[in-house]
Design a protein around this ligand. Structure first.
Ligand code: HSE
Length: 308
């Protein structure tokens, strides 16, 4: 299976492309990027790679634009329309145009997979699609943003102020390029939209999510919770039958399964047969995101081999 990769860096810093029928020497590309900041041949753009290279699968890992989904949306649309499978870690296009892209993939008999968009390395999509197949999914709740969880953990455990904890999270590279996406609950809300549309076939957008972030949370509120053997977590919840789609800081007992520490994410799925199933793991980081992408690529490889 031939793979085209768009985005090459912590998130897609490459400004040039490479097309090579004989394969690409990744070590040489990494060395060149380190030395020059560029990974490919000047004059060859991402668009050239998508439209002129010979490939079966596009891995799209460029930066996210939550409002328009672009330019990734155009890249993904083009690849699917040309009958190529797509794996993406990009939340924007999936949140903005999930139904359109899914229809296109089905029409062209190719796969669109996006495990990495929700909770990084946690295989929530595959758990819902395969592991819990046949169950009615009643509710999904969880901690969907590692940056907020890190901030809340550091404030509660070390008495840091919100600003100090946020600065730490930024220094550690967990936060989005614009951390207001994290702390205002927008990043977590995008993940809820992706889950709601995938699991229940809804047509929700970011505007449908009732969002409260952690940006005005005080140390005093955390101390108050602590006095009652509780703490505060930014919790996302989807309960379609009750029309609930919300992100909000919640007071939680310290021993609740969703009270995870640091940058961990946690997702609890409430089902009719399996009861409650909770998955906990790393929701951000380049290796963790790569884990989700590789699992999607291997899934598609099997599908591709069976199809051919
Ligand atoms: N900024 C996000 C987080 C990264 O902190 O969870 C993963 O989407």
């Amino acid at each position: 299976m031939k793979i085209a990769l768009i985005g090459f860096g912590s998130v897609g810093r490459g400004k040039s492309g490479i097309i090579s029928a004989g394969g690409i020497d990744m070590r040489a590309v990494l060395d060149r990027k380190k030395a020059t900041g560029m990974c490919g041949t000047p004059g060859i753009s991402a668009w050239d790679v998508i439209t002129t290279a010979d490939y079966d699968l596009l891995i799209e890992v460029t930066p996210t634009d939550a409002t328009t989904g672009e330019p990734a949306l155009t890249y993904i649309r083009e690849a699917l329309a040309a009958g190529r499978h797509v794996v993406t870690s990009n939340k924007g296009p999936i949140a903005v145009a999930f139904h359109e892209l899914s229809r296109l993939a089905a029409e062209k008999n190719v796969q669109l997979r996006y495990e990495a968009t929700v909770c990084g390395a946690v295989p929530i999509m595959k758990a819902l699609e395969h592991g819990l197949a046949g169950n009615e999914i009643i509710k999904i709740s969880g901690v969907f943003n590692g940056t907020c969880n890190y901030i809340l953990t550091r404030m509660a455990d070390e008495g840091l102020t919100y600003q100090q904890a946020l600065m730490e999270a930024r220094e550690l590279g967990y936060a989005e390029a614009d951390p207001t996406y994290d702390v205002q609950g927008i990043d977590a809300a995008i993940k809820l939209v992706i889950l709601a549309n995938t699991v229940w076939g809804l047509s929700t957008t970011l505007d449908d999510v009732d969002i409260t972030g952690i940006d005005s949370l005080t140390l005093a509120a955390l101390e108050l919770a602590d006095g009652q053997e509780c703490t505060i977590r930014l919790i996302g919840e989807i309960i379609p039958k009750k029309n609930i789609l919300r992100i909000s800081p919640r007071i939680m007992p310290k021993n609740h399964p969703l009270v995870v520490s640091g940058t961990l994410n946690a997702v609890m799925v409430d089902t009719d047969m399996a009861g409650e199933v909770t998955l906990i793991g790393k929701g951000a980081g380049s290796r963790e995101t790569a884990s989700a992408i590789i699992s999607d690529v291997l899934f598609i490889r099997d599908y591709h081999v069976k199809r051919s």
